[in-house]
Design a protein around this ligand. Structure first.
Ligand code: TZP
Ligand code: MG
Length: 216
C-alpha cells in the first residue's frame, strides 16, 4: 500500500463535479494514471448509495494499491473497511479524534481539514496522520479562500504531511511548489478535465520534477 509521506497527489472525488460522468470511471482512470490517494467526498448521496459507491471505489483502490479514504463518517469508513477517514472541523465536534480512532481501530489513516493557522497548530499537535490546509486559492467548491501568505509558516511548523487544497491546478502548481509545498489535493483539476489520464499525468509530472529537484 502506498503511504502518505511527501509528494502526493491526493484526489478528492465528488460526483457533483464529475461533469455527469460516473465517478467510478473517473476513479479508474485517475488511479491508473497515478493518483496516490483517493477520497470519497459525497454530500448528497443517501446511505445505501454511499455504501455501494464506497465498495466500488474501495475495490478499485485495492486493485491499484492506493489508500481509500472516506469523508465525514467514521462508521461508514469502518463498515467499508476503508484505509482511512477524513474529518472536517465540524466533524471533529461530533467525532473527536480519540472517538474516531476507537471506531476505526488504531492502524487507519485519519486526516483533518484546517482553514487557519490556529486550526493547523491544533491539528499539528493532535495525532492526525495528515493535515489538509486551505482553500488556498478561490474555488467554487468553497465560499472563502486563505491565499498563500501562511504557507511558509505552516510548512515551517508542520510535523506531519501537509496537503494543500483549494483551487489548485496545473496553472498555479509551480508557484506552490516553489514555496516548498509537497502535497496537493484537488477535485476539479482532475474530475472536470476532459481527459482524466492527461490531467493526472500532467500534475504527476510536475510533482515528480520537484521531488527530483529536492533530492539533488
Ligand atoms: N476543502 C478545502 S478546498 C476544497 C475542500 C474539500 C475543495 C477543493 O476543490 P477544488 O476543485 O480542487 O478547488
Ligand atoms: Mg466533513
Amino acid at each position: 500500500m502506498k503511504r502518505i509521506e511527501d509528494y502526493n497527489l491526493y484526489l478528492v472525488l465528488s460526483s457533483e463535479y464529475a461533469n455527469e460522468r460516473p465517478v467510478l470511471d473517473i476513479a479508474r482512470n485517475a488511479l491508473d494514471a497515478g493518483v496516490d490517494i483517493l477520497q470519497m467526498r459525497e454530500k448528497n448521496i443517501p446511505e445505501q448509495g454511499l455504501i455501494a459507491l464506497g465498495k466500488g471505489l474501495l475495490s478499485l483502490c485495492r486493485e491499484f494499491n492506493t489508500p481509500f479514504i472516506v469523508n465525514d463518517d467514521p462508521y461508514l469508513a469502518r463498515d467499508l473497511n476503508a484505509d482511512g477517514l477524513h474529518l472536517g472541523q465540524e466533524d471533529i465536534k461530533r467525532y473527536p479524534l480519540s472517538n474516531a480512532r476507537k471506531i476505526l481501530g488504531p492502524d487507519k489513516i485519519i486526516g483533518i481539514s484546517t482553514h487557519s493557522i490556529e486550526e493547523f497548530k491544533q491539528a499539528n499537535s493532535d495525532d492526525f496522520n495528515y493535515i489538509a490546509f486551505g482553500p488556498i486559492f478561490p474555488t467554487k467548491t468553497k465560499d472563502f479562500f486563505l491565499g498563500t501568505d501562511d504557507i511558509k509558516e505552516v510548512l515551517g511548523i508542520a510535523i506531519k504531511p501537509v496537503i494543500f487544497i483549494g483551487g489548485i491546478s496545473l496553472a498555479n502548481i509551480d508557484f506552490l511548489f516553489r514555496k516548498g509545498v509537497k502535497n496537493i489535493a484537488v477535485i476539479r483539476a482532475i474530475t472536470e478535465s476532459d481527459n482524466i489520464t492527461t490531467a493526472v499525468e500532467n500534475l504527476r509530472n510536475k510533482i515528480s520534477l520537484y521531488k527530483a529537484e529536492s533530492r539533488l
